[in-house]
Design a protein around this ligand. Sequence first.
Ligand code: PXG
Length: 290
Amino acid sequence: MRIYLNGKLVDKDKAVISVFDHGLLYGDGVFEGIRSYNSLVFRLKEHIDRLYRSAEAIELKIPMTKADMIKAVLETLKANGLKDAYIRLVVTRGSGDLGLDPRKCKVPTVFIITDKISLYPKEFYQNGLAIITAKTRRNLVTALNPKIKSLNYLNNILAKIDAIKAGMEEAIMLTYNDYVAECTGDNIFIISGGRLITPPADVGALEGITRDAVIGLARMMGIGFEEKMIKIEDIYAASEVFLTGTAAEIIPVTMIDKRRINDGKPGEVTKRLMEEFKKITKVNGVKYEL
Ligand code: PXG
């Protein structure tokens, strides 16, 4: 496996970074998770834009242009001969000393891993996922805005541990004042009164690329849509619930906190969106030749 590291493609065993890297010492950095389908990178520009937005939010200057970053992603995919891939792009503050001071980190570290994607089992898509509400609350937007896809994922990891302890794969994260934000690695949508609803990202959620794609599909399909603050009771009472994310795509949720959603089967609107989403992954994207 070849890894892109600071401008070079190197073998996996040579792809090492300093123990003084502030990405490791403090979680000081940003990342992206991107996917390619049959040699088409899905929404690459949007992912790169979000990476640079996240970096700007933490005052980290990425030492290459967006165009060069896109080239680097495509080169890494080619070097590994991957048609269907998971792409992890990471930019850290770089190597510094034992202290928070980001000024000590002179050169950001940039690396890109491309690998096979590990997917949720098929049954989850057919029968729906059972999830819980996490005990762990979402970070305050005013403390560390969850819109920033930073290397500080402990808030999400603690909620993921809540899910794992309950024998589940995902967990809904609520804000400090009981609004639904998102899940640990996925955005959440409901269908209620025939309309598609998702919480606004400002409540404490990532502006998911899949979320955005689903909103676009709903508009195209004539499904009413609104961004609205919702509480967990709204989710229990919804006619359909599903999650969106680069890894999961669109996955139906049929059980929450041991409560069945509607009849406990993936909903019709969810299934239509899943189908339409599959279609756009086949045609939309940045092409590369192996
Ligand atoms: N919320 C959070 C907190 C995320 O981390 C999403 C929503 C969905 O966003 P996208 O842009 O992917 O639609 C994410 C993304 C992984 C993995 O390896 C996690 C994500 C994406 C890809 C891989 O666990 N999370």
